[in-house]
Design a binder for this molecule. Structure first.
Ligand SMILES: Nc1ncnc2c1ncn2[C@@H]1O[C@H](COP(=O)(O)OP(=O)(O)OP(=O)(O)O)[C@@H](O)[C@H]1O
Ligand SMILES: [Mg+2]
Length: 291
């Protein structure tokens, strides 16, 4: 396994009874990239994250996380490997009976015994990292807006300073501006902390804005490529997804060829420009040299 590969899946098979979800699926994720994962509902996106992080055993195939074959690890070792990752679940899944600050430190408490004052301090740091006011820490999840809840979930996924974060539909349910801001946040975390981002999304805008590569789950397997490569793919589902009316509108608006909608205009007024950062451009160059 190459040094810069953090997830490697080979010939993955997943079955529930007679239903086959993945059938000989192979793919890999490189350190520091934003990998967007798309696929129809029920194509096995969430299940695969559970398998990669050792929460569920696949029916067949090999999964290496940070170079370790997780099928060969015991419970403790799997937990230790999982502690190097963070997860933002599809449902958000904050504990409603805990404050936001208490939620954020749950993963830390599973591993370390720290003084309450130190835990508070860490929670404060994580809140700042995701752009939430310190006062949000004392609130309960039900007292937050949808966007704030997503940020709080993200803060919790960053609790243990993960090397990879898995985000399952992070912008679902957010309005276009809220989703755009969340994307900016994810990209800036990826760039400043060097985190690998594995993001399941249905949001074409989001994918176009921040993905380095895209993985499409079709026919029980994965197709991985850049957005441009996948836009040229002739698989019917992929063609419909990227080349349908919605896909074309997004492509045009990001190319600046279309008159922007009000939402897009307010996006464009935000200070940070949308486009590859110098660091990302440098990374892309290194990649094209090495491939
Ligand atoms: N524990 C389980 N037992 C039986 N079937 C399951 C189990 N978990 C998932 N499945 C099935 O596996 C398939 C893939 O589920 P998964 O949650 O990965 O879909 P998904 O691609 O994430 O879909 P969505 O976009 O709707 O979130 C679904 O048909 C689901 O019903
Ligand atoms: Mg899912």
């Amino acid at each position: 396994m190459a040094d810069d590969v953090v997830i490697e899946v080979e010939n993955l098979v997943t079955r529930f009874g007679d239903t086959v979800i993945h059938d000989g699926l192979s793919m890999s994720v490189r350190r520091g990239e934003v990998m967007a994962v798309v696929g129809g509902s029920g194509s096995g996106k969430t299940v695969m994250v559970r398998e990669i992080t050792g929460l569920m055993r696949p029916s067949g195939g090999t999964i290496r996380l940070f170079g370790e074959d997780i099928g060969k690890l015991g419970h403790r070792e799997t937990e230790a490997l999982r502690a190097r990752t963070g997860m933002l679940f599809q449902s958000g899944a904050l504990f409603s009976s805990l404050t936001v600050a208490q939620n954020i430190v749950v993963p830390i408490q599973a591993w370390y015994r720290l003084r309450p004052a130190l835990l508070d301090e860490i929670a404060g740091l994580k809140l700042a990292l995701v752009g939430l006011d310190p006062s949000a820490g004392q609130k309960y999840p039900s007292e937050l807006s949808g966007g704030m809840r997503k940020r709080a979930g993200l803060a919790r996924s960053l609790a243990l300073d993960p090397e990879i974060v898995f985000l399952d539909e992070p912008t679902a349910g957010l309005d276009p501006i809220g989703a755009g801001q969340f994307d900016e946040l994810i990209r800036s975390l990826q760039e400043t902390l060097g985190i690998t981002v594995y993001m399941i999304t249905h949001d074409l805008d989001s994918l176009t804005r921040i993905a380095d590569r895209v993985m499409v789950l079709v026919d029980k397997r994965a197709k991985v490529g850049t957005l441009d490569e996948l836009r040229r793919d002739d698989h019917p589902w992929i063609r419909d997804y990227f080349g349908g009316p919605r896909g074309r509108a997004v492509a045009q608006s990001h190319a600046g060829a279309d008159r922007p909608s009000p939402e897009e205009q307010s996006e464009q007024q935000k200070p940070a420009p949308i486009g590859p950062s110098p660091r990302r451009r440098a990374k892309a160059k290194t990649r094209s040299r090495s491939s």
